[in-house]
Design a protein around this ligand. Structure first.
Ligand code: NDP
Length: 493
Protein backbone atom coordinates (compact mmCIF):
# COMPACT_ATOMS: atom_id res chain seq x y z
CA UNK A 1 0.00 0.00 0.00
CA UNK A 2 1.41 3.38 -0.96
CA UNK A 3 -0.07 6.33 0.88
CA UNK A 4 -3.83 5.83 1.05
CA UNK A 5 -3.99 3.84 -2.15
CA UNK A 6 -4.53 0.11 -1.45
CA UNK A 7 -2.60 -2.53 -3.40
CA UNK A 8 -4.69 -4.00 -6.20
CA UNK A 9 -5.56 -7.71 -5.91
CA UNK A 10 -4.18 -9.59 -8.90
CA UNK A 11 -3.96 -13.12 -10.25
CA UNK A 12 -0.53 -14.73 -10.17
CA UNK A 13 0.15 -13.39 -13.67
CA UNK A 14 -0.38 -9.91 -12.33
CA UNK A 15 -3.76 -9.11 -13.86
CA UNK A 16 -6.12 -7.10 -11.64
CA UNK A 17 -9.08 -9.07 -10.26
CA UNK A 18 -12.49 -7.41 -10.43
CA UNK A 19 -14.41 -9.66 -8.00
CA UNK A 20 -12.88 -12.16 -5.57
CA UNK A 21 -16.05 -13.13 -3.71
CA UNK A 22 -18.13 -14.60 -6.52
CA UNK A 23 -17.45 -17.19 -9.23
CA UNK A 24 -18.71 -16.68 -12.77
CA UNK A 25 -21.93 -18.63 -13.17
CA UNK A 26 -24.69 -19.09 -15.73
CA UNK A 27 -27.41 -17.30 -13.89
CA UNK A 28 -27.39 -16.63 -10.17
CA UNK A 29 -27.95 -20.33 -9.37
CA UNK A 30 -25.16 -21.69 -11.62
CA UNK A 31 -23.73 -23.86 -13.05
CA UNK A 32 -20.13 -22.56 -13.22
CA UNK A 33 -18.42 -22.15 -16.56
CA UNK A 34 -14.96 -22.88 -18.00
CA UNK A 35 -14.08 -19.21 -18.13
CA UNK A 36 -13.66 -19.31 -14.34
CA UNK A 37 -9.90 -19.51 -14.88
CA UNK A 38 -9.29 -17.21 -11.88
CA UNK A 39 -11.24 -19.55 -9.61
CA UNK A 40 -9.41 -22.53 -11.14
CA UNK A 41 -6.02 -20.93 -10.50
CA UNK A 42 -7.00 -20.27 -6.92
CA UNK A 43 -8.21 -23.83 -6.28
CA UNK A 44 -5.38 -25.47 -8.20
CA UNK A 45 -2.77 -23.51 -6.28
CA UNK A 46 -4.52 -24.29 -3.01
CA UNK A 47 -4.40 -28.02 -3.83
CA UNK A 48 -0.64 -27.75 -4.16
CA UNK A 49 0.11 -25.74 -1.02
CA UNK A 50 1.87 -28.63 0.68
CA UNK A 51 5.18 -30.11 -0.30
CA UNK A 52 6.03 -33.63 0.91
CA UNK A 53 6.50 -33.41 4.64
CA UNK A 54 9.83 -34.57 5.98
CA UNK A 55 9.70 -38.28 6.93
CA UNK A 56 11.63 -37.31 10.07
CA UNK A 57 11.90 -33.85 11.64
CA UNK A 58 8.59 -32.84 10.05
CA UNK A 59 7.53 -30.45 12.78
CA UNK A 60 9.90 -27.53 13.16
CA UNK A 61 10.50 -23.91 14.11
CA UNK A 62 13.12 -21.62 12.62
CA UNK A 63 14.80 -18.28 13.21
CA UNK A 64 17.77 -16.24 12.02
CA UNK A 65 20.66 -15.02 14.11
CA UNK A 66 24.37 -14.44 14.38
CA UNK A 67 27.35 -16.59 15.24
CA UNK A 68 30.20 -14.58 16.75
CA UNK A 69 33.62 -16.20 16.95
CA UNK A 70 35.38 -15.56 20.25
CA UNK A 71 38.45 -17.72 19.58
CA UNK A 72 40.51 -17.64 16.44
CA UNK A 73 40.83 -21.18 15.03
CA UNK A 74 43.31 -20.55 12.23
CA UNK A 75 45.76 -23.02 13.83
CA UNK A 76 43.23 -25.77 13.13
CA UNK A 77 41.22 -24.75 10.09
CA UNK A 78 41.18 -22.54 7.02
CA UNK A 79 37.40 -22.14 7.42
CA UNK A 80 36.76 -18.50 6.71
CA UNK A 81 34.11 -18.08 9.41
CA UNK A 82 36.48 -19.41 12.07
CA UNK A 83 39.26 -16.85 11.46
CA UNK A 84 39.77 -13.90 13.78
CA UNK A 85 38.09 -13.16 17.10
CA UNK A 86 34.93 -11.14 16.68
CA UNK A 87 34.11 -12.50 13.20
CA UNK A 88 30.33 -12.55 12.70
CA UNK A 89 28.40 -14.95 10.48
CA UNK A 90 24.66 -14.95 9.87
CA UNK A 91 22.88 -18.21 10.72
CA UNK A 92 19.47 -19.80 10.23
CA UNK A 93 18.49 -22.41 12.81
CA UNK A 94 15.69 -24.95 12.55
CA UNK A 95 14.59 -26.84 15.66
CA UNK A 96 12.28 -29.81 15.36
CA UNK A 97 10.88 -32.92 16.90
CA UNK A 98 11.83 -36.09 15.05
CA UNK A 99 9.17 -38.76 14.98
CA UNK A 100 5.83 -37.00 14.68
CA UNK A 101 4.19 -35.47 11.62
CA UNK A 102 3.56 -31.77 11.16
CA UNK A 103 0.39 -32.07 13.21
CA UNK A 104 2.11 -33.62 16.24
CA UNK A 105 2.99 -31.93 19.53
CA UNK A 106 6.05 -29.85 20.32
CA UNK A 107 6.13 -31.68 23.66
CA UNK A 108 6.68 -35.25 22.53
CA UNK A 109 9.29 -37.34 24.32
CA UNK A 110 11.58 -37.32 21.34
CA UNK A 111 15.04 -36.06 20.42
CA UNK A 112 14.99 -32.51 19.07
CA UNK A 113 16.63 -31.57 15.78
CA UNK A 114 19.03 -28.64 16.15
CA UNK A 115 20.21 -27.68 12.65
CA UNK A 116 22.34 -24.59 12.05
CA UNK A 117 23.06 -23.10 8.65
CA UNK A 118 26.12 -20.81 8.75
CA UNK A 119 26.03 -18.45 5.73
CA UNK A 120 29.81 -18.14 5.45
CA UNK A 121 31.72 -16.13 2.86
CA UNK A 122 32.89 -19.39 1.29
CA UNK A 123 29.54 -21.17 1.13
CA UNK A 124 26.98 -22.51 3.55
CA UNK A 125 28.09 -24.82 6.34
CA UNK A 126 25.22 -26.84 7.83
CA UNK A 127 25.70 -28.33 11.29
CA UNK A 128 22.79 -30.77 11.19
CA UNK A 129 22.62 -31.87 14.80
CA UNK A 130 20.29 -32.82 17.61
CA UNK A 131 19.85 -31.90 21.26
CA UNK A 132 21.67 -35.11 22.13
CA UNK A 133 25.37 -35.85 21.65
CA UNK A 134 24.74 -39.40 20.41
CA UNK A 135 22.20 -41.32 18.33
CA UNK A 136 20.39 -44.67 18.37
CA UNK A 137 22.51 -46.15 15.58
CA UNK A 138 26.10 -46.43 14.50
CA UNK A 139 25.30 -48.02 11.14
CA UNK A 140 22.96 -46.33 8.65
CA UNK A 141 21.61 -49.59 7.24
CA UNK A 142 19.29 -49.65 10.25
CA UNK A 143 17.89 -46.13 9.83
CA UNK A 144 14.60 -46.90 8.03
CA UNK A 145 13.90 -49.88 10.33
CA UNK A 146 14.57 -47.80 13.41
CA UNK A 147 12.34 -44.94 12.25
CA UNK A 148 9.53 -47.32 11.29
CA UNK A 149 9.65 -48.90 14.74
CA UNK A 150 9.30 -45.54 16.51
CA UNK A 151 6.50 -44.16 14.34
CA UNK A 152 2.84 -45.07 14.30
CA UNK A 153 1.68 -48.66 13.95
CA UNK A 154 0.98 -49.33 10.25
CA UNK A 155 -2.47 -50.82 10.98
CA UNK A 156 -3.84 -48.70 13.81
CA UNK A 157 -1.99 -45.46 12.91
CA UNK A 158 -1.43 -44.91 16.63
CA UNK A 159 1.80 -44.80 18.71
CA UNK A 160 3.16 -48.27 19.42
CA UNK A 161 5.30 -48.50 22.59
CA UNK A 162 5.59 -52.24 22.11
CA UNK A 163 7.31 -51.81 18.72
CA UNK A 164 9.59 -49.11 20.14
CA UNK A 165 10.91 -51.47 22.81
CA UNK A 166 10.91 -54.52 20.53
CA UNK A 167 13.35 -52.68 18.27
CA UNK A 168 15.55 -51.58 21.16
CA UNK A 169 15.52 -55.07 22.69
CA UNK A 170 16.95 -56.37 19.41
CA UNK A 171 19.42 -53.52 19.06
CA UNK A 172 21.48 -52.83 22.19
CA UNK A 173 23.53 -50.08 20.50
CA UNK A 174 20.46 -47.80 21.04
CA UNK A 175 20.80 -47.98 24.83
CA UNK A 176 22.91 -44.87 25.34
CA UNK A 177 20.56 -42.64 23.33
CA UNK A 178 17.40 -44.24 24.69
CA UNK A 179 18.70 -43.57 28.21
CA UNK A 180 18.97 -39.86 27.35
CA UNK A 181 15.55 -39.92 25.70
CA UNK A 182 13.89 -41.53 28.71
CA UNK A 183 15.69 -39.26 31.17
CA UNK A 184 14.41 -35.89 32.38
CA UNK A 185 16.06 -34.35 29.29
CA UNK A 186 13.66 -36.26 27.02
CA UNK A 187 11.10 -33.42 26.92
CA UNK A 188 12.76 -29.97 26.69
CA UNK A 189 10.53 -27.20 28.09
CA UNK A 190 11.29 -25.14 24.98
CA UNK A 191 13.77 -24.98 22.14
CA UNK A 192 15.54 -22.19 24.00
CA UNK A 193 16.20 -24.38 27.02
CA UNK A 194 18.17 -27.21 25.46
CA UNK A 195 21.69 -27.84 24.22
CA UNK A 196 22.62 -28.62 20.65
CA UNK A 197 25.26 -31.07 19.48
CA UNK A 198 26.76 -31.64 16.06
CA UNK A 199 26.88 -35.26 17.31
CA UNK A 200 28.96 -36.57 14.40
CA UNK A 201 32.70 -36.31 14.37
CA UNK A 202 33.69 -33.79 11.70
CA UNK A 203 37.18 -32.63 10.75
CA UNK A 204 39.10 -29.38 10.49
CA UNK A 205 42.15 -28.88 8.32
CA UNK A 206 44.60 -26.00 8.33
CA UNK A 207 46.83 -24.28 5.78
CA UNK A 208 49.57 -26.86 6.47
CA UNK A 209 47.25 -29.66 5.36
CA UNK A 210 47.01 -30.99 8.94
CA UNK A 211 43.72 -32.54 9.98
CA UNK A 212 42.11 -32.86 13.41
CA UNK A 213 38.82 -34.49 14.35
CA UNK A 214 36.23 -32.21 15.93
CA UNK A 215 32.86 -32.30 17.69
CA UNK A 216 30.57 -29.27 18.12
CA UNK A 217 28.54 -28.49 21.28
CA UNK A 218 26.08 -25.61 21.67
CA UNK A 219 25.28 -25.02 25.34
CA UNK A 220 22.12 -23.11 26.11
CA UNK A 221 22.65 -19.81 27.94
CA UNK A 222 19.04 -19.98 29.14
CA UNK A 223 19.81 -23.08 31.23
CA UNK A 224 18.41 -26.55 30.76
CA UNK A 225 14.68 -26.69 31.49
CA UNK A 226 12.64 -29.83 31.03
CA UNK A 227 9.11 -31.10 31.52
CA UNK A 228 7.75 -34.29 33.01
CA UNK A 229 5.28 -36.14 30.81
CA UNK A 230 2.48 -35.29 33.23
CA UNK A 231 3.23 -31.56 32.86
CA UNK A 232 2.72 -31.58 29.10
CA UNK A 233 -0.92 -32.71 29.15
CA UNK A 234 -2.57 -29.29 29.01
CA UNK A 235 0.03 -27.57 26.84
CA UNK A 236 -0.78 -26.47 23.29
CA UNK A 237 0.82 -28.58 20.57
CA UNK A 238 2.50 -25.44 19.17
CA UNK A 239 3.94 -24.29 22.52
CA UNK A 240 7.63 -24.44 21.59
CA UNK A 241 6.99 -22.61 18.31
CA UNK A 242 5.08 -19.91 20.17
CA UNK A 243 7.77 -19.61 22.83
CA UNK A 244 10.49 -19.06 20.23
CA UNK A 245 8.54 -16.53 18.15
CA UNK A 246 7.36 -14.58 21.19
CA UNK A 247 10.72 -14.38 22.89
CA UNK A 248 12.43 -13.11 19.72
CA UNK A 249 9.58 -10.66 18.98
CA UNK A 250 9.96 -9.35 22.56
CA UNK A 251 13.70 -8.79 22.08
CA UNK A 252 14.58 -11.58 24.51
CA UNK A 253 17.08 -13.20 22.17
CA UNK A 254 18.08 -16.78 23.05
CA UNK A 255 21.76 -17.64 22.81
CA UNK A 256 24.08 -20.61 23.02
CA UNK A 257 27.77 -20.80 23.90
CA UNK A 258 29.51 -22.72 21.15
CA UNK A 259 32.25 -25.17 22.12
CA UNK A 260 34.28 -27.81 20.38
CA UNK A 261 36.28 -30.88 21.27
CA UNK A 262 39.40 -31.64 19.29
CA UNK A 263 41.16 -34.99 18.79
CA UNK A 264 44.31 -35.46 16.74
CA UNK A 265 44.59 -38.20 14.12
CA UNK A 266 47.25 -39.86 16.27
CA UNK A 267 45.01 -39.84 19.36
CA UNK A 268 42.14 -41.26 17.31
CA UNK A 269 44.18 -44.31 16.29
CA UNK A 270 44.68 -45.50 19.85
CA UNK A 271 41.67 -44.03 21.69
CA UNK A 272 39.74 -46.58 23.77
CA UNK A 273 36.52 -45.80 21.90
CA UNK A 274 35.97 -45.63 18.16
CA UNK A 275 35.87 -41.81 17.79
CA UNK A 276 33.57 -42.17 14.76
CA UNK A 277 30.89 -44.19 16.56
CA UNK A 278 27.75 -42.04 16.78
CA UNK A 279 26.50 -43.96 19.81
CA UNK A 280 29.41 -42.64 21.89
CA UNK A 281 30.58 -39.32 23.28
CA UNK A 282 34.15 -38.22 23.82
CA UNK A 283 34.23 -37.86 27.63
CA UNK A 284 35.05 -34.31 28.65
CA UNK A 285 37.82 -35.49 30.96
CA UNK A 286 39.67 -36.90 27.92
CA UNK A 287 38.80 -34.13 25.45
CA UNK A 288 37.84 -30.91 27.26
CA UNK A 289 35.39 -28.47 25.76
CA UNK A 290 37.02 -25.42 24.14
CA UNK A 291 34.82 -22.33 23.95
CA UNK A 292 34.88 -20.77 20.48
CA UNK A 293 31.88 -18.49 20.16
CA UNK A 294 28.36 -17.39 20.81
CA UNK A 295 25.24 -17.97 18.73
CA UNK A 296 22.25 -15.67 19.19
CA UNK A 297 18.85 -15.90 17.49
CA UNK A 298 17.44 -12.43 16.89
CA UNK A 299 15.09 -12.44 13.89
CA UNK A 300 11.92 -14.39 13.21
CA UNK A 301 10.97 -15.55 9.76
CA UNK A 302 8.51 -13.43 7.75
CA UNK A 303 6.83 -16.42 6.18
CA UNK A 304 6.88 -19.82 7.88
CA UNK A 305 6.45 -21.90 4.73
CA UNK A 306 8.88 -20.03 2.48
CA UNK A 307 11.62 -19.98 5.07
CA UNK A 308 11.24 -22.63 7.78
CA UNK A 309 9.42 -25.31 5.80
CA UNK A 310 11.53 -24.89 2.69
CA UNK A 311 14.79 -24.58 4.59
CA UNK A 312 16.95 -27.48 3.50
CA UNK A 313 19.80 -28.70 5.67
CA UNK A 314 22.32 -31.33 4.74
CA UNK A 315 25.62 -32.42 6.32
CA UNK A 316 27.09 -32.34 2.81
CA UNK A 317 26.95 -28.55 2.94
CA UNK A 318 30.58 -28.25 4.02
CA UNK A 319 33.03 -25.40 3.44
CA UNK A 320 36.82 -25.33 2.93
CA UNK A 321 38.45 -26.16 6.27
CA UNK A 322 35.56 -28.30 7.57
CA UNK A 323 35.32 -31.88 6.37
CA UNK A 324 33.53 -35.13 7.04
CA UNK A 325 34.94 -38.13 8.93
CA UNK A 326 34.72 -41.91 8.60
CA UNK A 327 31.57 -41.90 10.85
CA UNK A 328 29.32 -44.34 8.95
CA UNK A 329 26.12 -42.51 9.90
CA UNK A 330 27.57 -39.23 8.65
CA UNK A 331 28.74 -40.85 5.42
CA UNK A 332 25.22 -42.08 4.69
CA UNK A 333 23.68 -38.73 5.53
CA UNK A 334 26.01 -37.11 2.98
CA UNK A 335 23.86 -38.94 0.41
CA UNK A 336 20.48 -39.21 2.15
CA UNK A 337 19.98 -35.60 3.20
CA UNK A 338 20.62 -33.80 -0.09
CA UNK A 339 18.57 -36.57 -1.72
CA UNK A 340 15.67 -35.82 0.65
CA UNK A 341 15.86 -32.10 -0.12
CA UNK A 342 15.95 -32.70 -3.88
CA UNK A 343 12.83 -34.86 -3.54
CA UNK A 344 11.04 -32.64 -1.04
CA UNK A 345 11.80 -29.10 -2.21
CA UNK A 346 13.35 -29.71 -5.61
CA UNK A 347 16.66 -29.95 -7.36
CA UNK A 348 17.11 -26.17 -7.25
CA UNK A 349 16.29 -25.80 -3.54
CA UNK A 350 19.57 -23.99 -2.99
CA UNK A 351 18.26 -21.06 -5.05
CA UNK A 352 15.55 -20.25 -2.50
CA UNK A 353 16.40 -17.25 -0.32
CA UNK A 354 16.61 -19.19 2.95
CA UNK A 355 18.98 -21.73 1.40
CA UNK A 356 20.94 -19.50 -0.97
CA UNK A 357 24.57 -18.85 -0.06
CA UNK A 358 25.41 -15.21 0.64
CA UNK A 359 28.50 -15.42 -1.51
CA UNK A 360 29.04 -15.76 -5.27
CA UNK A 361 27.79 -19.06 -6.71
CA UNK A 362 29.29 -20.03 -10.07
CA UNK A 363 29.01 -23.54 -11.47
CA UNK A 364 28.09 -25.60 -14.50
CA UNK A 365 24.84 -27.07 -13.16
CA UNK A 366 21.83 -26.05 -15.23
CA UNK A 367 18.08 -26.32 -15.51
CA UNK A 368 15.70 -28.60 -13.62
CA UNK A 369 12.35 -27.70 -12.10
CA UNK A 370 12.00 -24.03 -11.24
CA UNK A 371 15.51 -23.19 -12.50
CA UNK A 372 16.05 -19.48 -12.76
CA UNK A 373 12.90 -18.66 -10.85
CA UNK A 374 14.82 -15.80 -9.31
CA UNK A 375 18.19 -14.18 -9.55
CA UNK A 376 20.28 -15.08 -6.55
CA UNK A 377 18.34 -13.06 -3.96
CA UNK A 378 21.45 -12.22 -2.04
CA UNK A 379 24.16 -11.60 -4.59
CA UNK A 380 22.01 -10.74 -7.60
CA UNK A 381 23.75 -13.35 -9.79
CA UNK A 382 22.01 -14.29 -13.00
CA UNK A 383 19.32 -16.92 -12.61
CA UNK A 384 20.27 -20.40 -13.91
CA UNK A 385 23.81 -19.01 -14.39
CA UNK A 386 22.58 -16.70 -17.15
CA UNK A 387 24.41 -16.90 -20.47
CA UNK A 388 27.62 -18.25 -18.92
CA UNK A 389 29.49 -21.25 -20.29
CA UNK A 390 27.77 -24.53 -19.36
CA UNK A 391 30.75 -26.88 -19.75
CA UNK A 392 34.22 -27.27 -18.26
CA UNK A 393 37.07 -27.23 -19.14
CA UNK A 394 36.72 -24.29 -21.52
CA UNK A 395 38.64 -21.28 -22.83
CA UNK A 396 36.36 -18.70 -21.27
CA UNK A 397 37.83 -17.90 -17.88
CA UNK A 398 38.44 -14.33 -19.02
CA UNK A 399 34.70 -14.01 -19.66
CA UNK A 400 33.85 -15.16 -16.13
CA UNK A 401 33.61 -18.93 -16.60
CA UNK A 402 34.44 -20.38 -13.16
CA UNK A 403 37.65 -22.29 -12.44
CA UNK A 404 38.55 -24.55 -9.46
CA UNK A 405 40.57 -23.22 -6.52
CA UNK A 406 43.31 -25.80 -5.72
CA UNK A 407 44.32 -24.03 -2.49
CA UNK A 408 41.18 -25.34 -0.76
CA UNK A 409 42.09 -28.97 -1.50
CA UNK A 410 41.18 -31.18 1.47
CA UNK A 411 44.01 -33.38 2.77
CA UNK A 412 43.43 -37.08 2.11
CA UNK A 413 41.47 -38.86 4.81
CA UNK A 414 43.35 -41.69 6.56
CA UNK A 415 42.08 -45.26 6.48
CA UNK A 416 43.10 -47.89 9.00
CA UNK A 417 46.09 -49.68 7.47
CA UNK A 418 44.52 -53.12 7.74
CA UNK A 419 41.09 -52.03 6.48
CA UNK A 420 39.21 -54.45 4.25
CA UNK A 421 36.07 -53.81 2.26
CA UNK A 422 33.23 -55.88 3.72
CA UNK A 423 30.57 -56.10 6.39
CA UNK A 424 32.11 -55.30 9.77
CA UNK A 425 29.90 -56.53 12.59
CA UNK A 426 29.69 -53.97 15.41
CA UNK A 427 26.92 -55.52 17.49
CA UNK A 428 29.11 -56.06 20.54
CA UNK A 429 31.09 -52.82 20.45
CA UNK A 430 30.55 -51.82 24.10
CA UNK A 431 26.96 -50.60 24.07
CA UNK A 432 26.73 -50.20 27.83
CA UNK A 433 29.64 -48.33 29.46
CA UNK A 434 28.60 -44.81 28.53
CA UNK A 435 24.90 -45.44 29.22
CA UNK A 436 26.02 -46.52 32.70
CA UNK A 437 28.19 -43.42 33.08
CA UNK A 438 25.20 -41.23 32.28
CA UNK A 439 23.03 -43.12 34.76
CA UNK A 440 25.63 -42.66 37.50
CA UNK A 441 25.84 -38.84 37.09
CA UNK A 442 22.06 -38.56 37.53
CA UNK A 443 20.54 -37.43 40.82
CA UNK A 444 18.23 -39.70 42.75
CA UNK A 445 15.22 -37.86 41.30
CA UNK A 446 16.56 -38.14 37.72
CA UNK A 447 17.19 -41.88 38.16
CA UNK A 448 13.62 -42.37 39.34
CA UNK A 449 12.18 -40.30 36.50
CA UNK A 450 14.23 -42.37 34.04
CA UNK A 451 12.93 -45.64 35.47
CA UNK A 452 9.31 -44.47 35.52
CA UNK A 453 9.46 -43.11 31.97
CA UNK A 454 10.87 -46.41 30.73
CA UNK A 455 8.37 -48.49 32.69
CA UNK A 456 5.40 -46.72 31.10
CA UNK A 457 6.39 -47.96 27.64
CA UNK A 458 8.30 -51.13 28.45
CA UNK A 459 5.38 -52.57 30.41
CA UNK A 460 3.45 -52.60 27.11
CA UNK A 461 6.16 -54.65 25.34
CA UNK A 462 6.29 -58.46 25.13
CA UNK A 463 7.69 -60.49 28.06
CA UNK A 464 10.69 -61.40 25.95
CA UNK A 465 11.45 -57.77 25.05
CA UNK A 466 11.15 -56.81 28.72
CA UNK A 467 13.64 -59.49 29.75
CA UNK A 468 16.19 -58.41 27.12
CA UNK A 469 15.81 -54.72 28.00
CA UNK A 470 16.35 -55.46 31.70
CA UNK A 471 19.53 -57.33 30.74
CA UNK A 472 20.71 -54.25 28.84
CA UNK A 473 19.99 -51.92 31.77
CA UNK A 474 21.83 -54.29 34.10
CA UNK A 475 24.83 -54.33 31.77
CA UNK A 476 24.93 -50.53 32.09
CA UNK A 477 24.36 -50.53 35.87
CA UNK A 478 22.63 -53.07 38.10
CA UNK A 479 20.88 -50.24 39.93
CA UNK A 480 19.48 -49.02 36.58
CA UNK A 481 17.84 -52.41 35.95
CA UNK A 482 16.62 -52.70 39.54
CA UNK A 483 14.85 -49.35 39.37
CA UNK A 484 13.17 -50.13 36.04
CA UNK A 485 12.02 -53.52 37.34
CA UNK A 486 10.58 -51.90 40.45
CA UNK A 487 8.80 -49.22 38.41
CA UNK A 488 7.21 -51.89 36.17
CA UNK A 489 6.05 -53.84 39.22
CA UNK A 490 4.57 -50.64 40.69
CA UNK A 491 2.53 -50.17 37.51
CA UNK A 492 1.21 -53.74 37.72
CA UNK A 493 0.28 -53.39 41.41
P1 NDP B 1 30.76 -34.99 32.35
O1 NDP B 1 30.31 -35.12 33.76
O2 NDP B 1 31.98 -34.21 32.04
O3 NDP B 1 29.58 -34.42 31.45
C1 NDP B 1 28.29 -34.88 31.61
C2 NDP B 1 27.47 -34.25 30.53
O4 NDP B 1 26.20 -34.85 30.62
C3 NDP B 1 27.27 -32.77 30.64
O5 NDP B 1 27.59 -32.22 29.37
C4 NDP B 1 25.79 -32.60 30.94
O6 NDP B 1 25.24 -31.55 30.18
C5 NDP B 1 25.23 -33.88 30.39
N1 NDP B 1 24.03 -34.40 31.02
C6 NDP B 1 23.67 -34.41 32.31
N2 NDP B 1 22.49 -35.04 32.46
C7 NDP B 1 22.11 -35.45 31.24
C8 NDP B 1 20.99 -36.15 30.74
N3 NDP B 1 20.03 -36.59 31.53
N4 NDP B 1 20.94 -36.39 29.41
C9 NDP B 1 21.93 -35.96 28.61
N5 NDP B 1 23.01 -35.30 29.02
C10 NDP B 1 23.09 -35.05 30.32
O7 NDP B 1 30.87 -36.51 31.85
P2 NDP B 1 31.46 -37.22 30.56
O8 NDP B 1 31.93 -36.31 29.50
O9 NDP B 1 32.42 -38.25 31.04
O10 NDP B 1 30.16 -38.00 30.05
C11 NDP B 1 29.39 -38.82 30.94
C12 NDP B 1 28.08 -39.04 30.29
O11 NDP B 1 27.44 -37.78 30.10
C13 NDP B 1 28.20 -39.64 28.89
O12 NDP B 1 28.22 -41.01 28.91
C14 NDP B 1 27.00 -39.08 28.20
O13 NDP B 1 25.90 -39.93 28.39
C15 NDP B 1 26.72 -37.76 28.91
N6 NDP B 1 27.09 -36.62 28.07
C16 NDP B 1 28.39 -36.44 27.68
C17 NDP B 1 28.70 -35.46 26.78
C18 NDP B 1 30.07 -35.35 26.23
O14 NDP B 1 30.22 -34.77 25.15
N7 NDP B 1 31.09 -35.85 26.90
C19 NDP B 1 27.69 -34.52 26.28
C20 NDP B 1 26.38 -34.73 26.84
C21 NDP B 1 26.11 -35.78 27.66
P3 NDP B 1 25.04 -30.07 30.76
O15 NDP B 1 26.40 -29.48 30.83
O16 NDP B 1 24.20 -29.41 29.79
O17 NDP B 1 24.38 -30.22 32.09
Amino acid sequence: MSGNTPNILTTANGAPVADDNNSISAGSRGPLTFDNFRLMEKLAHFNRERIPERVVHARGSGAYGTFTLTKDLSDYTIANFLQGEGKETEVFVRFSTVGGGQDSSDYARDPRGFAVKFYTEEGNFDLVGNNTPVFFLRDPSKFPDFVHSQKKNPRTNTPDASAVFEYWANHPQSLHQSTILMSDRGIPASYRHMNGYGSHTLSFWNDQGERVWVKFHLKTDQGIKTLRGSETAGLPAYGAQEDLVNSIDAGDFPSWTVKIQIMTETEARTYRYNPFDLTKVWPHSDFPLIEIGKMELNRNVDNYFAETEQSAFTPSNLVPGVGASPDKMLQARLLAYPDAQRYRVGVNHQQLPVNAPKCPVHHYQRDGAMAGMVKCPVTGHAANQGSGANFFPNDRAAEGAPVPKPSVMEPPMPLEEDAWVGYHESRDEDNFTQAGELFRIMTEDQKNQLAENIAGGLSQASESAQVRMLEQYAAADVDYAARVKKAIEALKA
